[in-house]
Write a protein that binds this ligand. Sequence first.
Ligand SMILES: Nc1ncnc2c1ncn2[C@@H]1O[C@H](COP(=O)(O)OP(=O)(O)OP(=O)(O)O)[C@@H](O)[C@H]1O
Ligand SMILES: [Mg+2]
Length: 347
Amino acid sequence: MVAFQRLANTLDYILEVRNLCTYFSLAEGTLKAVDGVDLTIAPRQTVGVIGESGSGKSVTAQSILRIVPPPGAIEAGEILLRRSDGSSVDICQLDARGKHIRAIRGAEISMVFQEPMTSLSPVHTIGEQIAESIRLHITRDKRKTKSLALDMIHRVGISNPRQRFDEYPHQLSGGMRQRAMIAMALSCSPSLLIADEPTTALDVTVQAQILELMKELQDEFGMAIMYITHDLGVIAEIADEVNVMYLGRVVERASTIELFKNPLHPYTRRLLKSIPRLGGHGGGRLDAIRGNVPVPLNPPQQCGFSSRCDEFIAGKCDAAVPALVDMGNQHYVRCYLHSEESEPAYA
Ligand SMILES: Nc1ncnc2c1ncn2[C@@H]1O[C@H](COP(=O)(O)OP(=O)(O)OP(=O)(O)O)[C@@H](O)[C@H]1O
Ligand SMILES: [Mg+2]
């Protein structure tokens, strides 16, 4: 009965990340960019991932798509991708250059980045690039491909699709390039879209338009979104659930409403305090917190936030890693102020 219940519960997710550890082997030692991340994403859900620069958000996303640059490598964990036909695959076990992960990228999971030029080629037209993705995953029929690409360009709100089809990325404004990248990412109706700071480089009005567009397309296409950002305002706007990351770990997770109402981790509380008042400067970014995220090079077995925490308990917070514990109501926190439980110590 227990086993059955487990199975039934896990089928509620399209992506389940368990104890993901992604490390960079550097001359100076081991940089633990992602160190035991657990995440789940349900169909059609928008899961926010928030944390300061260096907390491991992008490396988590790169791990899911198996595009971690060397010398980075997944050292442990599972990334289970589940399909509606009941089949599932552990992405960690795939060859990062093999045909299996290439078939998943773009078709089942796709990604949009902060800087569109990282995924748009400057030497091909917008239309060619969207069509290429359709050709790879949907149809080889030329006319069908072109009409699907034109339709996609239209759906992301780019005017004059026929003219834009033949234009190069540099001929488009930043906001239009971002729309073109979204069109490319969604052209094969992925079940999960990973958005890594896709609006950070845009001005506030265009940012709001892109967020609105993503919500509309989510309703239409039914995909789940993993939305990575520094910006708490954006999280409040788009996410159903939030994962707060710090130094390679999820330190708190809750529904967006619960997290804003009742933050438990000292780090989350500080993040929320750093939101400027309406009309102030800073736009809800997290730079207002004193000090920087340390570099997790050969990190000691302790709470990652100890060095910056006002509520640090000597002999406890620096002696082991607190476990991520459910405080009820699907609200999880990794902090000794709330639970005595520790992660098991690894050799
Ligand atoms: N290619 C790489 N080589 C070595 N270290 C890396 C590499 N990429 C990331 N790191 C390190 O891994 C850690 C996590 O980085 P990551 O890029 O995931 O942070 P992030 O949360 O996405 O930050 P940001 O908000 O600035 O994008 C950092 O300490 C970073 O310096
Ligand atoms: Mg990043």
